[in-house]
Ligand binder design. Structure first.
Ligand SMILES: Cc1ncc(COP(=O)(O)O)c(C=O)c1O
Length: 355
């Protein structure tokens, strides 16, 4: 079956005729420099604790995350990846008349909303030459009693929405969930996070992921930032230990790993424009100027043909956008990887497209 998420290496390896380990994966947007040694050391030193249950209050992890955001730990709830917390956000949104979601959007929103019967209302993102805009969302009025599920920076476009454009929406909806899974790829002075608004806006929930920036998707770790009463409710809905001991220990270590954070910001500041320019120089390809660790690219040639040829001749996997009905087969998404790997992608694409 054609995958609906990036990173499906078993499927890719079957098409490429090799083992999953031999695939160069540009389809999942994961930091190529991780996991950081600090995470591995924390996991190793906690292996001896596997015979006990994790602290169900995750106190140490919540304190570390709270310190990173200058918040009280009561405002933080760790989860088994931000995908788990999306499920509980979906349960809250299902209590409202409808939930407005940008289209295109990360496919898991559909799962989380339909799990509890929430009514999903798509709002089209408008494509401009220089990116994508929230204009359709901002220019219309909404019936009372609705929710909004936003993603900033936005997957799959990479668009970063300025805070000033998102903030007025808090007054329009009973609940606003902002998925900031990729926000940490921006250095602190460029982030457009709403984390500092949660204490003033009880109808705001922020979801953050630790799996992309710290390259830990197999470990699973994310967190929600919201009003403590709401988070206590979520805690009662779910199983008592959704985050395992090793993930909790890794989380404490990585949020304090400023060396890894600086290294990632430095790499991305140089690698993103280099890959953007390389893609733009190839015939038929138009990359969008994203703010995260991936780029959305419009292609004159069907992406399915590109994807197949990249796999069969170069063992490279790109993310087609067929699972985003608004985009279809003329768009693909690529993660930004190391300079050498990005060059490998550009050389392979040039080989297929000419140029
Ligand atoms: C926009 C967005 N939000 C959330 C997630 C889930 O991330 P995780 O559950 O690994 O924290 C993803 C994963 O691809 C994503 O793209």
């Amino acid at each position: 079956m054609h995958p609906i998420h990036g990173g499906n290496l078993v499927w890719a390896a079957m098409l490429a005729g090799c083992s999953p380990q031999e695939i160069l994966d540009f389809s999942a947007s994961i930091n190529p420099w991780g996991p950081p040694p600090s995470a591995i050391a924390a996991i190793q030193s906690h292996l001896s604790r596997l015979h006990t249950y994790p602290d169900p209050g995750y106190r140490e992890l919540r304190v570390a995350l709270a310190q990173a955001h200058h918040l009280d730990p009561d405002w933080i709830l760790p989860g088994n990846g931000s995908a788990e917390l999306l499920t509980w956000a979906g349960r809250e949104l299902a209590m409202l008349a409808a939930t407005w979601v940008l289209a295109p959007a990360f496919g898991d929103y559909q799962r989380a909303l339909s799990a509890f019967g929430a009514q999903l209302q798509p709002v089209p993102l408008v494509s401009l030459d220089q990116g994508w805009t929230l204009a359709t969302l901002r220019s219309r009025s909404f019936p009372p009693g609705c929710g909004l599920l936003l993603n900033n920076p936005h997957n799959p476009t990479g668009q970063l929405f300025p805070r000033e454009e998102v903030l007025p929406l808090l007054a329009e909806f009973d609940l606003v969930v902002v998925d900031e899974a990729f926000m940490d790829f921006l250095p602190p002075d460029r982030q457009q996070s709403l984390v500092d608004q949660v204490s003033a806006a009880t109808n705001l929930v922020i979801l953050r992921s630790l799996t992309k920036f710290y390259s830990l998707p197999g470990l699973r770790l994310g967190y929600a930032i919201a009003d403590p009463q709401r988070l206590q409710r979520w805690q009662q809905w779910r199983d008592p230990w959704p985050v395992n001991e090793l993930a909790a220990a890794a989380g404490v270590a990585v949020v304090q790993d400023t060396d890894f954070q600086q290294q990632t910001w430095r790499w991305l500041a140089a690698a993103r424009p280099a890959l953007f320019q390389g893609l733009a120089a190839l015939p038929g390809l138009t990359p969008y100027p994203g703010a995260a660790n991936f780029l959305l690219v419009r292609s004159a040639v069907s992406t399915l043909i590109l994807q197949q040829q990249l796999l069969q001749h170069h063992r490279i996997l790109i993310r087609d956008c067929l699972s985003f009905p608004e985009l279809g087969d003329r768009y693909f998404r690529v993660a930004i990887r190391t300079p050498a790997e990005n060059q490998q992608l550009l050389t392979a694409l040039a080989n297929i497209l000419g140029g």
